[in-house]
Ligand binder design. Structure first.
Ligand SMILES: NC(=O)C1=CN([C@@H]2O[C@H](COP(=O)(O)OP(=O)(O)OC[C@H]3O[C@@H](n4cnc5c(N)ncnc54)[C@H](O)[C@@H]3O)[C@@H](O)[C@H]2O)C=CC1
Ligand SMILES: O=C(O)C(=O)[C@H](O)COP(=O)(O)O
Length: 367
């Protein structure tokens, strides 16, 4: 069996090495001729799996994406051609929760806010949005939920987008969709942006095209700019460079890039392929991971916002990502290079807080 995998997918050798001849390459460089004799294709979000890529793929029987988002995969094409498909729902939801928690704490420092006095709206309340909502509640924030699909089951628990956009902080966690009543392409469009006040904060850790970046730049260049946190950008790997100086925290689509999240992503494809081939799984995700650099911290004072910020930074320093982004911005290929060489980042759950209570656990730490 021949397996072609994105070179930025960890643990492929460990998980598939016994079964397959493994070839890896850069996800954006995969070509139709490379797929001519491939049985299994494993990709990340940057490979468009479409008619053009699969034109010569005569032997392909399985495509897997080690990601949550599937907007890069023509799933109808795979179904038509009888090619099995798997994604990795939820694999990096904890990492996105960590990223947004770190961002909220930086925003609070920047604006001298006590987060417990503020309201956060979560737009898209699935795997990642729910993680964000739980952490915000643990910080004592009031949380508004906006998700028209989930609202069908429980209308009173959700608000409309217009209401969500009145919150102090609005965090977006929707898939990229271009069709239907609730399509998310440019969900944050010029008119929505115009309706916001300069006190408000927006976070995008889902897909760049969900925000109209040109309209945001126009707003930022005016007299009442917003506070922005952007992990994703329209037209990646290109970035609207003039927008970056007007963004508080900027990063190259790494919100989900914890080591645990990446391991779970590859593992989900291993599990799916084992099921398909009716082969017994011999490894678990935990067996793949190294010990974390810091195992435990003994708390001697109660958790307050300042202490939470210090503890989060011990595990994940979001400002490091922001500095690396600004330093590299403009260099050819900088976006993909930062992603390829992203340092090992562990989840908050890798750190045990001794003498901490329920709040620490709700924030994502091990207690
Ligand atoms: N920056 C990064 O590193 C990462 C980005 N993502 C992106 O985030 C997206 C969300 O991930 P998950 O939460 O795991 O997906 P999910 O599928 O679990 O949840 C998405 C939620 O959005 C809701 N939704 C759809 N259209 C909506 C609309 N117009 N308004 C409000 N809600 C809407 C759905 O009903 C669903 O509950 C992924 O599709 C992916 O594109 C995911 C992981 C990492
Ligand atoms: O899971 C998703 O969806 C994501 O956006 C991934 O975290 C992004 O990682 P890459 O696939 O772009 O490496």
């Amino acid at each position: 069996m021949k397996l072609l995998a994105d070179e930025n997918m960890p643990y492929v050798q460990e998980l598939f090495g016994d079964w397959a001849e493994i070839v890896t390459c850069a996800g954006r460089d995969m070509t139709p001729d490379q797929l001519a004799d491939v049985d299994v294709l494993l990709v990340r979000s940057i490979t468009q799996v479409n008619e053009a890529l699969l034109a010569q793929a005569q032997r392909l029987s399985f495509v897997g994406t080690a990601t949550i988002g599937c907007d890069h995969i023509d799933t109808a094409l795979l179904a038509r051609r009888g090619i099995a498909f798997a994604s990795a729902p939820g694999c990096n939801k904890v990492a996105v929760g960590d990223y947004v928690l770190a961002a909220l704490l930086k925003v609070a420092e920047h604006k001298s806010w006590q987060l417990a006095d503020k309201t956060l709206a979560v737009v898209g309340v699935g795997n990642t949005g729910s993680q964000v909502a739980a952490r915000a509640r643990a910080l004592g924030m009031k949380v508004l939920l906006c998700d028209p699909f989930k609202a069908q089951g429980d209308p009173t628990a959700f608000v409309e987008l217009a209401h969500a956009l009145t919150a102090d902080i609005v965090s977006f966690h929707v898939p990229l969709t271009r069709e239907g009543q609730h399509a998310t392409w440019h969900l944050l469009n010029e008119s929505a942006i115009d309706g916001l006040s300069s006190e408000q904060v927006l976070i995008n850790a889902c897909r760049g095209d969900v925000w109209d970046n040109a309209a945001l730049l126009a707003r930022q260049l005016g007299s009442t700019p917003l506070t922005l946190v952007m992990d994703v950008w329209e037209h990646e790997p290109e970035v609207l460079a003039p927008l970056v100086p007007h963004v508080l925290l900027a990063s190259p689509h790494i919100a989900g890039y914890s080591l645990e999240g990446k391991a779970r992503g590859t593992f989900a494809l291993y599990r799916a392929l084992c099921e398909l081939k009716q082969v017994e799984m011999v490894l678990s995700p935990e067996q793949l991971l190294p010990a974390p650099p810091i195992g435990a911290v003994h708390l001697e004072s109660p958790l307050d916002q300042g202490l939470i910020a210090r503890l989060v930074k011990l595990v994940y320093d979001i400002e490091r990502d922001d500095r690396a982004f600004r330093l590299a911005l403009g260099q050819p290929g900088f976006f993909d290079r930062l992603r390829k060489h992203y340092p090992q980042r562990r989840e908050l759950g890798s750190l045990q807080l001794i003498n901490a209570g329920q709040t620490a656990s709700e924030l994502g730490f091990k207690v």
